[in-house]
Ligand binder design. Structure first.
Ligand SMILES: [Zn+2]
Length: 459
């Protein structure tokens, strides 16, 4: 086969293996691995670099209406910013009340069409079951969208769902063979706390965190798990932040339940005290769940190593400080919740995780690529580089390897150690074919991932 590109001399890293090999690409897919692959019009000399599968960010919010404004990045600027190693994004399309789920997807497809510079797909956030949204779930899945989300927080907005709605949706998602995701914070309790704080004149950004303590995340996490167990529905907790919530996930997984969880780079690298920055600068760090105390972070790294947290995504939800975060100058309750993260995710996780001695290279690949591909139906087209032992398989495996991390072995840990670059790649297919089929078997294989013992590392 004629190759378009050979990446020569690099070290290929997948979720399980590390080996020296040249990588041959044709038609945008990895088709050959080995030595002596011949020649190609384009040869990239990887030298001492690692060749990794492209990272997959399954949690973004581009051009999303929220808290009286829109997120600052659209699909063009957001995916351009992903040029830190991410080659695929899955964005949350949010149903407007009364809207058909297909209308929601068409709206999001319009936002993305012609703008994205990497591969993309969508999940659907359900907000309103008054029309036939429940019946549409199976049709949406049949059209290639295999994941749904609801919010248990944001009381007083259409986002927050009752337990009965969550349960009804979970059963339909289960029947459709899809994955249910949840933003787990107890919105009722947060609402009470916000009202009390505002009434007491506690209005600064730090009180955003104080009105969303770890226990409200843990309670909602436990409740979501209980509902999912009754509904027999696979569940993924998005942006898990608190060790108390992680413990609920760990207990459920120890019982063999198909419960999964994600965390985000800001919970691994930033802490509560950022919200105390003077002159309203703390508003830049307002996100939900909020940044936690410093002693919380080692628990998240342990969760990642055990793979009780299976994937890392950015929850990229960017707002400008001027004009947007400033909507909450008078009260933290009005600060748009969200932080940027897509551009820095891979450098931060690589630096803090791999270079910081907290993750192995294989774990890094699993947590940023392989596991997301499996959970969200993208595997094995994405999430791995086929091993040299299965070259026949490789013929049908697409290249998600567009990122070459250049690792300076001379640098000390936790300084900037990775250079990343991506080739601009326009998504060529519409979203309906963007997902490969929902592979229940692959999902199971994540469920049963053998647990590795937690390694205790000093932070
Ligand atoms: Zn989010």
């Amino acid at each position: 086969m004629e190759l378009d590109l050979i990446v020569k001399g690099g070290t290929v890293v997948t979720g399980n293996d590390i080996y020296r090999a040249d990588v041959g690409v044709a038609g945008g897919k990895v088709v050959a691995l080995g030595v002596d692959l011949g020649t190609a019009p384009r040869i990239v000399n990887a030298g001492a670099k690692y060749v990794l599968p492209g990272a997959i960010d399954v949690h973004t919010h581009f051009e999303m209406p929220f808290m009286g404004t829109y997120t600052a990045d659209d699909f063009r600027t957001g995916t351009a910013a992903a040029a830190g190693g991410i080659t695929t994004v899955v964005d949350w399309a949010i149903q407007e009340p009364g809207e058909s789920l297909f209308t929601t997807l068409e709206k999001w497809d319009k936002k993305a069409a012609g703008k994205t510079v990497i591969d993309y797909s969508f999940h659907v956030v359900l907000t309103d079951l008054s029309r036939n949204a429940l019946d549409e779930i199976k049709d949406v899945v049949a059209n290639g969208i295999g994941s749904f989300k609801c919010f248990m927080a944001y009381k007083g907005t259409p986002l927050m769902q009752t337990d009965s709605n969550l349960f009804r949706i979970m059963r339909r998602v289960r029947d459709a063979g899809a994955l249910f995701c949840v933003h787990a914070e107890n919105g009722d309790i947060i609402d009470v706390l916000i009202r009390e704080y505002v009434a007491q004149g506690k209005l600064a950004p730090i009180f955003h965190a104080d009105t969303r303590p770890p226990e409200v995340e843990a309670e909602a996490t436990a409740r979501a798990i209980a509902l999912a167990e009754i509904a027999r529905c696979p569940l993924l907790m998005v942006h898990l932040s608190a060790k108390e919530a992680l413990q609920k996930v760990r207990e459920a997984r120890d019982r063999g339940l198909p419960i999964h969880a994600e965390t985000c780079p800001h919970y691994l690298s930033l802490h509560y005290e950022e919200l105390e920055r003077p002159d309203f600068e703390g508003a830049k760090f307002v996100c939900s769940p909020p940044l936690r105390r410093r002693d919380n972070t080692p628990h998240l790294w342990s969760g990642l190593r055990e793979e009780n947290l299976q994937e890392i995504s950015s929850d990229h939800c960017a707002f400008n400080w001027k004009a947007q975060k400033e909507l909450g100058r008078d009260s933290f309750a009005n600060i748009p919740n969200g932080m940027a993260g897509i551009e820095t995710m891979i450098p931060v996780v690589f630096s803090e995780g791999v270079r910081g001695g907290r993750l192995s290279l294989n774990q890094f690949v699993r947590l940023t690529s392989t596991n997301s591909a499996r959970l969200f139906g993208l595997y094995p087209e994405k999430g791995t580089i086929a091993s040299a032992r299965s070259t026949r398989l490789a013929a049908s495996i697409s290249a998600s390897m567009r990122w070459h991390a250049s690792v300076s072995r001379r640098s000390s840990a936790r300084t900037g150690t990775s250079e990343a670059r991506t080739r601009a790649h326009r998504a060529a297919r519409p979203y309906l074919t963007r997902f490969c089929s929902i592979a229940g078997i692959e999902r199971e294989s994540v469920v049963t991932t053998a647990k590795r013992p937690a390694i205790k590392l000093a932070m």
